[in-house]
Design a protein around this ligand. Structure first.
Ligand code: C2E
Ligand code: CA
Ligand code: CA
Length: 418
């Protein structure tokens, strides 16, 4: 099948990953004064850092080994390299490109962004002065010691590797979606499907989303992954409409993260993908968490209102696990709440939880908000939910998340064609 324009655009927007670079002993890894496009994380080998002063004298700034980062400033503030770095032996370095960094910064909290800028400015300032002050006090850890300790604490190598592998995954067809039906208990019909991302890793097999979504959000790669998922859902809906044109009301719920909303062009891209695939926006529900509303990314309210105007529904996922501040229900345009599965499980054993679900259900009458119970696993839970008049449910009891190839049979059985 020819690839859609969207898939091509996604491919073009990601630089070809060439994460690992090997330098021989004596090679120049970077030169002072050059504009640098990347930083390196040293995996193996040692390097020497040299700075040339205005009068031409060369200062030896010491060596760095595994666990250190070199060339980091160029990817942060687009200034020329402040030092020359040469390999002392064979070195294996992990590349962190400017784009990688920019994506991560876009996904970062504004306070983190501000503080990193301030630290960088101060660092450059200190560096300028320190070119004459080379003696280090014995108490303060050397930059190399501090960097190595940080790398050890934060598993930085693993996360850089995982992010690089995920970049490859997006463009090389390793991602796929499973769909889990959302059911009307009273009619047994499938009302919608939740799209859940999966990663078929060439060595590790299927990696569950809990392991890669946090990294994808932190590195900003989730934006490309979400674009891929939206395009994939559109194509699935197009295939479905050929086979079952009667199911035009069936919606698909996609999970979006705060990082997606931080990206200013995210919704424009979303709309473009819909247009390219000739998919109606009202086939989409977008699932966000309470945490996103509390983080308040810029313009989230406008973005959600725009989604609504386009005809999408806005769903709060994992409702109840966040900060229990209900004020946002008034502030933001919200259509549906998904009661987290921990509540659904405890509903039978804990009266307080049962009462809580009951009061959540009053929001339906009072505010016109739809309610879906998540993680329904037992027949008894279904009975209790029906007693409470909570009709929309999702969970293993009805169906597990499944590949598109298995959907047809479920839809034919539950939503027979008339
Ligand atoms: P979620 O959005 O709360 O998705 C529901 C999770 O509950 C899914 O896990 C689903 O397989 C699981 N589940 C469904 N029914 C049952 C049940 O009866 N019992 C139990 N124990 N679990 C059930 P999954 O697919 O592993 O996804 C985990 C999380 O990863 C999702 O939680 C969501 O937060 C995130 N995620 C998945 N796909 C995407 C995506 O495309 N984008 C983003 N941003 N996040 C995603
Ligand atoms: Ca969800
Ligand atoms: Ca959920």
């Amino acid at each position: 099948m020819p690839e859609s324009a969207t898939v091509n655009q996604v491919k073009q927007s990601i630089s070809t990953p060439k994460a690992e670079k090997v330098f021989r002993a004596g090679e120049t890894i970077m030169s002072q004064g050059e504009m640098g496009a990347c930083a390196y994380f040293i995996q193996e080998g040692r390097v020497r850092i040299l700075v040339e002063k205005g009068d031409g004298t060369i200062l030896d700034m010491g060596t760095r080994g595994p666990g250190s980062i070199i060339g980091e400033m160029a990817i942060v503030d687009n200034q020329p390299r402040s030092a020359t770095v040469k390999s002392l032996e064979r070195c294996t370095l992990l590349e962190i490109t400017k784009e990688d960094f920019a994506r991560s910064v876009r996904g970062a909290n504004p306070i983190v962004r501000l503080i990193s800028q301030v630290i960088l400015m101060r660092y450059r300032d200190i560096l300028r002065r320190s070119q004459t002050l080379l003696t280090e006090s014995p108490e303060t850890p050397s930059p190399e010691e501090s960097e190595r300790a940080y790398a050890e604490q934060t598993n930085v190598v693993e996360s850089i590797k995982l992010a690089n592998e995920f970049k490859v995954a997006i463009v090389s067809g390793q991602l796929f979606l499973h769909y889990q039906p959302i059911i009307s208990i009273s009619s047994g019909r499938v009302l919608g499907l939740e799209a859940l991302m999966r990663w078929r890793h060439p060595e590790r097999g299927i990696v569950p989303p809990d392991e890669f979504i946090p990294m994808a959000e932190g590195s900003g790669l989730i934006i490309e992954a979400s674009r891929w998922a939206i395009a994939e859902v559109c194509q699935m809906l197009n295939r479905l409409s050929v086979r079952r044109p009667d199911l035009e009301d069936l919606y698909v719920s996609v999970n979006l993260s705060a990082t997606d909303f931080e990206e200013e062009t995210f919704l424009d891209n979303f709309c473009r993908i819909l247009q390219e695939n000739q998919t109606q926006a009202n086939r989409f529900h977008i699932e966000i968490t309470e945490r996103l509303l509390l983080q308040q990314p810029k313009n989230v309210k406008n973005s959600l209102e725009r989604c609504r105007r386009l005809g999408m529904k806005v769903v709060i996922d994992d409702f109840g696990t966040g900060y229990s501040s209900l004020s946002y229900l008034h502030q933001y345009p919200i259509d549906t709440l998904k009661i987290d599965r921990s509540f659904v499980h405890e509903m039978r054993s804990d009266k307080t939880v049962f009462g809580l679900i009951k009061s959540i259900l009053t929001l339906r009458e009072n505010m016109g908000i739809d309610i879906v119970a998540e993680g329904v696993e037992e027949a008894e839970e279904v009975t209790l939910l029906s007693q409470l008049d909570c009709d929309n449910a999702q969970g293993y009891y009805f169906a597990r998340p499944m590949p598109e190839s298995e959907l047809a049979a479920v839809l034919d059985a539950r939503n027979p064609q008339v």
